[in-house]
Write a protein that binds this ligand. Structure first.
Ligand code: AP5
Length: 211
């Protein structure tokens, strides 16, 4: 396989960002993540698109999906510039899955499977280092350096109320996407409930097998 084209699916908090960082390092591919792209453009004026709210940030802070028109354009542009990639956060509904079909072929579709209570625990305990972008967890993966610990930040949509809404939106919109790839026999199921290094062993082996 040249540079692999990898799709990583999973609920909010399933570990997509954590495992994508490993994939980027091991397979030398681009991390294409709609969540980060939208967070960098939270204040973008989308009022001319006839949308309910005027900026992506208003959707994100409520835990709702940003309109397809905005997200499809971001992904199309990013994929056209990448040889290999790990795509994280997209597609999040069937319309986006169909749109992706027209943009690229995929070598492997990974699905990180994690129970709902564990997802809530992971998201409400997640902390980010604004200087390095490193992902931590207050209990599972705290930083060793107290200086790093002092500067950690919590994402605005990681409060329990917004997390519950994100999970509801996921069940309604994104679970059909999991079925879509499963029905086509393309889904590689990974037990995401284990420790990060055990999940990584499985993710790495699955990508290598697809080569
Ligand atoms: P986005 O940023 O994509 O968030 P998400 O899908 O909700 O996923 P997360 O980033 O929250 O979780 P993750 O799976 O990456 O978990 P992580 O590795 O950090 O989207 C945010 C918003 O943007 C959406 O709500 C929406 O508004 C908008 N948006 C984005 N894409 C869109 C699209 N396509 N269409 C429309 N709108 C869109 O891990 C979580 C925590 O768990 C961390 O603390 C980590 O340390 C810990 N952890 C990870 N793995 C393990 C493990 N194995 N064991 C124990 N702890 C672990």
């Amino acid at each position: 396989m040249a540079q692999p084209r990898i799709l990583i699916l999973g609920a909010p908090g399933a570990g997509k960002g954590t495992q994508s960082a490993n994939i980027v390092e091991e397979f030398d591919v681009e991390h294409v993540t709609t969540g980060d792209a939208l967070r960098s453009n939270k204040e973008m004026d989308i009022s001319d698109m006839d949308t309910e709210y005027d900026t992506p940030g208003e959707y994100m802070d409520k835990g709702e999906l940003v309109p397809d028109e905005v997200v499809n354009a971001i992904v199309d542009e990013a994929l056209s510039q990448a040889d290999g990639f790990v795509l994280d956060g997209y597609p999040r509904n069937l319309e986006q899955a169909e749109e992706l079909e027209g943009m690229t072929d995929l070598d492997v579709v990974l699905y990180l499977d994690v129970s709902e209570e564990e997802l809530v625990h992971r998201l409400t305990g997640r902390r980010l280092d604004p200087e390095t972008g490193e992902i931590y967890h207050v209990e599972y993966n705290p930083p060793e350096d107290p200086e790093v610990e002092d500067r950690l930040e919590q994402r605005e949509d990681d409060t329990e109320e917004t997390v519950r809404e994100r999970l509801r939106v996921y069940r309604e919109n994104t679970e059909p996407v999991i079925d879509y790839y499963d029905d086509r026999g393309e889904l590689e199921l990974i037990d995401g409930e284990r420790a990060p290094n055990e999940v990584w062993d499985d993710v790495k082996a699955t990508i290598e097998d697809a080569a």
